[in-house]
Design a protein around this ligand. Structure first.
Ligand SMILES: Nc1nc2c(ncn2[C@@H]2O[C@H](COP(=O)(O)OP(=O)(O)OP(=O)(O)O)[C@@H](O)[C@H]2O)c(=O)[nH]1
Ligand SMILES: [Mg+2]
Length: 426
């Protein structure tokens, strides 16, 4: 396959710390709190840049860091947000994040925030309340997200082969190009789009076999949905239609199903130029093939080619027609914004439980979970007031109750967010 790979190490900026400060004025002996908030850390953003063709640049540079948010200051001055770092990638880049989330970056100008900057901590001004006039507490900024990102460039195809499973798409791809896709007498043989290059006299065309399209694909049925995004950038579609379907289904209905899925996914797909390739002509009598070709030509008004991957019939004609009809590549410059159809696909891993409690030994426990980690990271636990607040929040989150159900008693050692301390919630 025509691929290229790279990986990045990214780290978004940490949030700035909130400030603990009190107003000082000549005539006011004890001013109120005036500590400002910390600024948000800078994100790491991937941006699709049309002028790039490959992932070469990432051989030299792997680390990308967002800027740290500024710390809050007295007199209610908030810290500045950290600058994001923008990483440019070529169109056709597939991205997999450390947590398994995946993005398909296709369009110039499309962007995705791959690592979020940490939130800034709140200054003590925010902790003022009717019962707490002089809060001696301010939050720390949170670390930015960080991790490893895999990049995988898939060349975008000029021509897409579409059709129902088992229609003979892979067989055609194998005959037209030097690709060696698996071919077998059952549907869903091909599980991922396969690419091949058709060599013309003065140019090459990249042809993609788009598998898995079935009824309901645009709503997620089968595998086809994932691949419809690849069809979007093709400039011509070859609809491969089996003249003699094994399952006895009707070609007219089979044709309708595929066209309907394409149009439902994106109306522009309905408008892409088409060639109809009637496949497996060697399996039907010659008159039937000729009649079918004439009928389809009249019905659709597009070029219809009778083909057989088995005998080679119609393949030269198909090759010629492809090279003639696919316009020479011109830089794609689509208006951003209006053009957000299937901009990228995203797989989100199932959300984890909020927190988990383990008993490590007698009077020793460990609590893990993102929300708990964030709470601990935010606060300085040597500060009595902050500790009381943390305990209060833990109770509200249900952590204390969960600990108690594991046999916890006040004063036991609890590891939270990687820090062990004696928890004694009042
Ligand atoms: N007799 C004959 N059989 C063919 C021809 N083209 C494909 N076949 C057979 O039809 C079956 C399906 O062919 P494939 O090329 O795997 O079909 P496909 O559209 O890629 O199918 P999926 O990958 O499942 O979507 C295989 O058993 C092929 O050998 C042809 O021109 N003549
Ligand atoms: Mg196939």
């Amino acid at each position: 396959m025509l691929t290229d790979r790279a990986h990045l190490e990214v780290r978004a900026g940490a949030g700035g710390n909130g400030c603990l400060s009190f107003r000082r004025e000549a005539h006011v002996p004890k001013g109120g709190p005036d500590g400002g908030d910390g600024g948000r850390g800078g994100d790491v953003i991937l941006l699709v840049d049309d002028s790039l063709r490959d992932l070469q640049a990432f051989r030299r540079r792997v680390h990308f860091r967002g800027q740290r948010g500024g710390h809050g200051q007295g007199s209610q001055r908030h810290g500045a947000a950290g600058d994001p770092v923008i990483v440019r990638v070529p169109p056709g880049t597939q991205v997999e994040k450390w947590d398994g989330t995946r993005y398909d970056l296709v369009r110039p100008g499309q962007e995705v925030t791959i690592a979020r900057g940490g939130a800034g901590g709140r200054g003590n001004t925010r902790f003022k309340s009717s019962t707490r006039q002089t809060p001696r507490i301010a939050e720390r900024g949170l670390p930015g997200e960080e991790g490893r990102v895999e990049l995988h460039l898939k060349l975008l195809a000029d021509v897409g082969l579409v059709g129902l499973p088992n229609a003979g798409k892979s067989s055609l791809l194998a005959r037209l190009t030097r690709a060696h896709p698996k071919v077998a007498a059952y549907p869903f043989t091909t599980l991922e789009p396969a690419l091949g290059t058709l060599e013309g006299e003065d140019r090459q065309l990249v042809i993609a076999d788009i598998p898995g399209l079935i009824e309901g694909a645009h709503e997620g049925a089968g595998l086809g949905h994932d691949f419809l995004a690849h069809v979007e950038r093709t400039r011509l579609l070859v609809h491969v239609l089996d003249l003699a379907p094994l399952d006895g289904s009707e070609p007219v209905e089979n044709h309708r199903v595929i066209e309907h899925e394409l149009a439902e996914h994106d109306r522009r797909l309905a408008e892409l130029p088409r060639i109809l390739a009637l496949s497996k002509a060697d399996l039907v009598p010659e008159e039937d093939a000729a009649t079918a070709a004439a009928t389809w030509e009249e019905r659709l008004g597009v070029p219809v080619i009778v083909t057989s991957a088995a005998t080679g019939r119609g393949l030269d004609e198909l090759r010629t027609e492809l090279l003639r009809r696919v316009p020479l590549a011109e830089p794609v410059d689509e208006e951003a914004g209006e053009d957000e159809v299937a901009a990228f696909r995203v797989f989100r891993p199932a959300a984890g439980r909020a927190f988990a409690v383990e008993k490590l030994g007698d009077g020793e426990f460990r609590v893990t979970g993102d929300a708990v980690d964030r709470l601990i990271a935010r606060h300085d636990l040597d500060n009595e007031e902050a500790l009381a607040l943390v305990e209060h929040r833990l109770r509200r989150m249900g952590v204390i109750a969960a600990l108690e159900s594991h046999g916890f008693e006040p004063g036991d050692d609890v590891e939270l967010g990687g820090v062990v301390f004696e928890l004694d919630p009042s």
